[in-house]
Design a protein around this ligand. Structure first.
Ligand code: DON
Length: 305
C-alpha cells in the first residue's frame, strides 16, 4: 500500500519524466551509448528502508560521484593534515575539468574537481596500482552493501580519450602535488570513475553517509564518523562544481553528481537520495537529477543548510 513518501516520489517522477532537456556526455564515447530516457529515483533511510520508482536497477558508471568516496579513503589513509597538504577545501567556481591550481597555495582547490580527485587517487595507500584500485573498489562496495565491479568498456573508452585528465595529472606532477607516476594516478582515477552502480546502490551509499559511515543494512563501517563530517562539508561547498551555490540555495543538501547521469544527496542522520537520468546540463549535472532533488527537497522539506 503506497504511503505518503511513495506518493511524493511518484509525483516528482511523473513531473520530471516530461523533461527531455540536456544531452548525453559524448566526450567519453561509451557514455553516448546509453538509453537517454532512463530515469530512476531512490530514497534510502538511514535504517535501510528504500523507496524507489522507475529505472532503479539499471547499471551506469559512477563517474565523479566516486570523488567524495575516494577522498574519504585518502583521509583515512593519510589523515586530515596529510591530505590538506595536497588538496584545499575551497569552492573553485570552475568547471570540473579545469586545468588549474590555486595560484597562492599551488594546490588543487578542492577534491571534487578533477585536479583534486586525481590527487586523492594518488594518495590511496597500497603496494601496487592494482592494490590501490582494489581498496577503492572494496570501499565503494562497503558503502553500497554489495560487491561493485568496473565497467571495462567505459574504462577503456575514457583511457583512450582522457587527454585532458592526463594533462591535469602531469600538471600535478610538475608542482609536486603528485610525487610519483602521474599516469598511474590518472589511470586509477579512470578506473574508479568506471565502477558500475545502480540508482539503488547510490541511495545506499548516500544512506551510509547519512548513517555516520555505517551501511544501514550490512552494518559494515565504510568511513569513520569524524571523516564523514569533512566529506559532507566538501560535498556541500564543491559537489556541484560551478553550480554549487545555486544547488545549496535551492536544494540545501550535500550532494555529488557524475557525467554518467547519477546525482546523490545526503540528509545527515536521516536519508540518502539518488537519481539517475543521463541527460546533462552545461555543468555536467543530470537535468532531471537536479530537478528531482529540488522538488523532493521542497516537497519533503529537506533543505537544512
Ligand atoms: O574525469 C572525467 O571527465 C570523468 N571521468 C568524470 C567527470 C564527471 O563525472 C563530472 N561530473 N559531473
Amino acid at each position: 500500500m503506497p504511503n505518503v513518501v511513495d506518493g511524493f516520489i511518484a509525483a516528482v517522477y511523473d513531473e520530471c519524466l516530461r523533461n527531455r532537456d540536456g544531452a548525453l556526455a559524448d566526450y567519453i564515447p561509451e557514455l553516448d551509448a546509453v538509453e537517454p530516457d532512463s530515469f530512476g529515483i531512490c530514497i534510502a533511510t538511514s535504517d535501510g528502508y528504500v523507496y524507489e520508482v522507475g529505472d532503479t536497477d539499471v547499471p551506469f558508471t559512477i563517474q565523479s560521484i566516486s570523488k567524495p568516496f575516494t577522498y574519504g579513503l585518502a583521509l583515512g589513509d593519510r589523515g586530515l593534515a596529510g591530505v590538506a597538504e595536497k588538496i584545499d577545501v575551497e569552492p573553485s567556481g570552475e568547471p570540473f575539468n579545469e586545468i588549474s591550481l590555486d595560484p597562492v597555495t599551488e594546490r588543487p582547490r578542492n577534491p571534487m574537481i578533477n585536479a583534486g580527485a586525481i590527487t586523492s587517487a594518488s594518495l590511496i595507500t597500497g603496494a601496487s596500482a592494482s592494490d590501490r584500485f582494489e581498496r577503492i573498489r572494496a570501499t565503494y562496495s562497503r558503502y553500497a552493501g554489495r560487491e561493485l565491479a568496473i565497467n571495462d568498456s567505459v574504462y577503456r573508452s575514457e583511457a583512450r580519450t582522457g587527454h585532458r585528465n592526463r594533462a591535469i595529472g602531469h600538471m600535478l606532477r610538475s608542482f609536486d602535488i603528485i610525487t610519483d607516476d602521474p599516469d598511474q594516478a590518472v589511470d586509477t582515477y579512470f578506473q574508479q570513475c568506471s565502477i558500475d552502480v545502480t540508482c539503488r546502490d547510490l541511495s545506499m551509499m548516500a544512506a551510509t553517509m547519512a548513517n555516520n559511515g555505517v551501511n544501514p543494512t550490512t552494518h559494515e563501517r565504510a568511513l569513520s564518523t569524524e571523516l564523514v563530517e569533512r566529506v559532507l562539508s566538501v560535498m556541500t561547498t564543491c559537489g556541484m562544481y560551478d553550480a554549487a551555490g545555486t544547488w545549496v540555495a535551492d536544494v540545501g543538501l550535500p550532494a555529488k553528481s557524475g557525467v554518467g547521469g547519477g546525482v546523490l544527496a545526503v540528509l545527515p542522520g536521516q536519508i540518502g537520495i539518488a537519481v539517475y537520468s543521463p541527460r546533462l546540463d552545461e555543468h555536467g549535472n543530470s537535468v532531471r537529477g537536479v530537478q528531482a532533488c529540488r522538488m523532493l527537497s521542497r516537497e519533503l522539506e529537506l533543505h537544512f543548510l
